[in-house]
Design a protein around this ligand. Structure first.
Ligand SMILES: *[C@@H]1O[C@H](CO)[C@@H](O)[C@H](O)[C@H]1NC(C)=O
Ligand SMILES: *[C@@H]1O[C@H](CO)[C@@H](O)[C@H](O)[C@H]1NC(C)=O
Ligand SMILES: *[C@@H]1O[C@H](CO)[C@@H](O)[C@H](O)[C@H]1NC(C)=O
Ligand SMILES: *[C@@H]1O[C@H](CO)[C@@H](O)[C@H](O)[C@H]1NC(C)=O
Ligand SMILES: *[C@@H]1O[C@H](CO)[C@@H](O)[C@H](O)[C@H]1NC(C)=O
Ligand SMILES: *[C@@H]1O[C@H](CO)[C@@H](O)[C@H](O)[C@H]1NC(C)=O
Length: 304
């Protein structure tokens, strides 16, 4: 088609130029996209020895969080669970998955913490089942897993990638591969390191449930309880620590209040000006053990 008018001609030429420029841009964008995708698939997935991220992690975190703020502890109703998930994710994404520390989780914990009433904290080491059973059975006793973040993350596994911001569902670093993996770092942070953490917040009478039946002594020096929680207890806020050493209902009785491990712990607490008492097989907890296994001889003696 010939140009019959000079003005029309320049307009047409302009249009063609613009169209060409647009096509060129679209081509570049498409190429970049393709290369980007290609590039990602070329980075080998990080292969670890531990279990990968729990399937449906987003749904679980959101569901647990909503459940917690609506029904479990309506005192924290003001928390935004979507924001919590975003902070949770941002804490580990695009980082060396063996170099996750308290610093990475700090914002999440600052956002999620809520006060724990005095006299209600129950710390535990190697007595997970029994401690949680007890906390469920009596009012006003809280474990770390009864706080918002503890509740949300309980028994989950997660890690990201160093180079992109997706979860790694295939594998995550096991504790023996590196101590600063996302999950261990999370529980260390939750237990003690930050100001809103469980041990730092403990006040009044603090309860501790230890395992009297494990071979290596009731408390190992490298357990979260010994290495992180005990040093974080605040002598000014705590009036007394009550230690319960619980044996398995069918034994053996390897540790008790008078064994070296226990007296060491009490000395360690006293050094920090925290007084403590210790009770072997604290009766109310013992009764709970018997609810589960009424036929054990240790359960039959009292009332027949
Ligand atoms: C680990 O992370 C810290 C900051 O969180 C950083 O300074 C350090 O270089 C990292 N180390 C490695 C080996 O990635
Ligand atoms: C905590 O327990 C102690 C000793 O049983 C008691 O004196 C104190 O009033 C309790 N504090 C609260 C806030 O319940
Ligand atoms: C003590 O630890 C062992 C081994 O981890 C466990 O099987 C047992 O249930 C624990 N006992 C109590 C009372 O929690
Ligand atoms: C507890 O006792 C065991 C065995 O005697 C010992 O290996 C361990 O270091 C002790 N733990 C503490 C915290 O002293
Ligand atoms: C423990 O209390 C005593 C007396 O109140 C004080 O002299 C000492 O410095 C305190 N120790 C610690 C570790 O706070
Ligand atoms: C306890 O023992 C009785 C008699 O030996 C038996 O009938 C009962 O089923 C046992 N109960 C449990 C919970 O094991």
């Amino acid at each position: 088609m010939a140009c019959t008018h000079a003005l029309l001609c320049t307009q047409k030429r302009r249009l063609i130029l613009v169209a060409c420029a647009l096509l060129f841009l679209a081509g570049i964008v498409a190429l970049a996209f393709f290369l980007g995708k290609h590039h990602h698939s070329e980075i080998p997935p990080e292969n670890w020895k531990g279990a990968g991220t729990t399937a449906d992690l987003y749904e679980i975190i959101l569901g647990r969080c909503d459940d917690y703020v609506m029904f479990v502890n309506p005192g924290v109703r003001n928390k935004d669970c979507r924001k919590l998930y975003q902070l949770f994710k941002a804490s580990v994404m695009k980082r060396n998955q063996c170099n996750i520390t308290t610093v990475d989780y700090e914002e999440l914990f600052q956002f999620s913490s809520s006060p724990i009433p005095c006299n209600q904290s129950l710390l535990w080491s190697k007595t997970s089942d029994l401690a949680h059973l007890y906390a469920k059975s009596v009012p006003n006793i809280l474990t770390l897993e009864d706080t918002l973040l503890g509740y949300v993350a309980n028994r989950l596994s997660w890690c990201g990638h160093s180079s992109n911001s997706g979860w790694n569902y295939k594998s995550c670093p096991a504790r023996y591969e590196c101590d600063n993996n996302p999950v261990s770092a999370f529980w260390r942070t939750a237990s003690a390191h930050v100001s809103g953490s469980f041990a730092k917040q403990a006040c009044g009478v603090v309860h501790v449930m230890l395992n009297g039946s494990i071979p290596a002594g009731a408390i190992k020096p490298d357990s979260i309880f010994s290495s992180v929680e005990v040093p974080s207890l605040d002598p000014v806020r705590i009036s007394e620590v009550r230690i319960w050493v619980m044996d398995n209902i069918d034994g053996p009785d390897r540790n008790s209040c008078s064994s070296k491990n226990q007296t060491d712990l009490e000395a360690k607490l006293l050094e920090r000006n925290i007084s403590s008492i210790c009770v072997d097989n604290y009766w109310p907890v013992h009764i709970l053990q018997c609810v589960r296994t009424p036929n054990e001889s240790a359960c039959k003696s009292k009332t027949g």
